[in-house]
Design a protein around this ligand. Structure first.
Ligand SMILES: C[S@@+](CC[C@H](N)C(=O)[O-])C[C@H]1O[C@@H](n2cnc3c(N)ncnc32)[C@H](O)[C@@H]1O
Length: 274
């Protein structure tokens, strides 16, 4: 049964981006993108990564962010389209599998946590290779959620929650769940004829007392949305009761109030050269 969302997806994306911001800025800096370069952010969501990419390439740089729906393009424009870096940013409607851009018109393509939504992965990667200039880079970021931990001390329950989440995402991911698809990205890049020159994983680690962005993301997105009502019918009643005791803010045993709480969240960055 499909459950209503707890909040617009764009709000959840904003919370996820802000949770990741410190490491996101580091992993972007590690790419050493050329000053004044021109990049394409495919599936830019609410635009915060496009903003951080634009900050890294200096005042002569330019980032075009694309999203398939008008509503998401508007969300990105509203959040970051009017700030101090607005002149370096442009948001448009677009689809990863049919990019509206000439061949070799970008120095790099960034695609963060998007490919698991795209059924025709090979076609999208072929498009990335087409629009990047020879010698340019295709950067794919994948959050490795299955290797993360949001319920330290409760690994068996967390594993069952993640299993239920994988089953839930199969309805959108087709044959494979989102998590299975994320783990196939390296193979997909090779199958598309792209050689991956770097595969590096950054580990986000937060511990109590949690910074506000971490508490906000874990409570509102992981616990209330991802592990919320949409999983209820996919869990045994005892597991739902245990999940509620640990993950609901009103519970006396809410994990985020535990002074020894911590979470781990790995992010892989794959870089292929055209
Ligand atoms: C998990 S979000 C990640 C958004 C953003 N890259 C970020 O890191 O916050 C996945 C995004 O991919 C977009 N998306 C889904 N299918 C797409 C497609 N065929 N082409 C471009 N973007 C797509 C969705 O609209 C959504 O905003």
């Amino acid at each position: 049964m499909t459950q209503p969302e707890t909040e617009p997806f764009t709000k959840s994306l904003e919370r996820m981006n802000l949770f990741q911001e410190p490491e996101a800025r580091v992993l972007i800096a590690d790419l050493d993108l050329p000053e004044g370069s021109r990049g394409l952010d495919v599936g830019c969501g609410v635009g915060l990564f496009a903003l951080w990419l634009a900050a890294a390439i200096g005042p002569r740089g330019h980032v075009v962010g694309i999203e398939p729906s008008k509503e998401r393009v508007e969300a990105a424009r509203a959040l970051v389209g009017h700030g101090p870096l607005a002149s370096r940013l442009e948001f448009r409607e677009g689809d990863a599998t049919k990019l509206d851009a000439p061949d070799a018109s970008f120095d790099w393509v960034w695609c963060g946590d998007v490919l698991h939504h795209v059924q025709e992965t090979g076609r999208a990667l072929g498009e990335f290779a087409r629009v990047v200039r020879p010698g340019g880079r295709i950067v794919v970021k994948e959050s490795q959620l299955l290797h993360g931990s949001f319920l330290p001390g409760h690994p068996a329950l967390e594993r069952r929650l993640r299993q239920a989440e994988m089953e839930w995402s199969r309805h959108e991911g087709g044959e494979f769940s989102f998590e299975e698809r994320r783990q196939r990205t390296l193979a997909s890049l090779r199958a598309a004829g792209l050689s991956v020159e770097r595969f590096r994983t950054y580990l986000l680690e937060r511990r109590a007392p949690l910074p506000p962005a971490a508490r906000d993301y874990i409570q509102r997105v992981v616990f209330e949305r991802n592990w919320g009502p949409r999983l209820r019918d996919r869990l045994a009643p005892d597991d739902w009761t245990r999940r509620s005791a640990l993950c609901e803010a009103e519970s006396r045993t809410f994990v985020l109030d535990d002074p020894d709480y911590y979470c781990l969240y790995p992010i892989s960055v794959l870089v292929a050269r055209r």
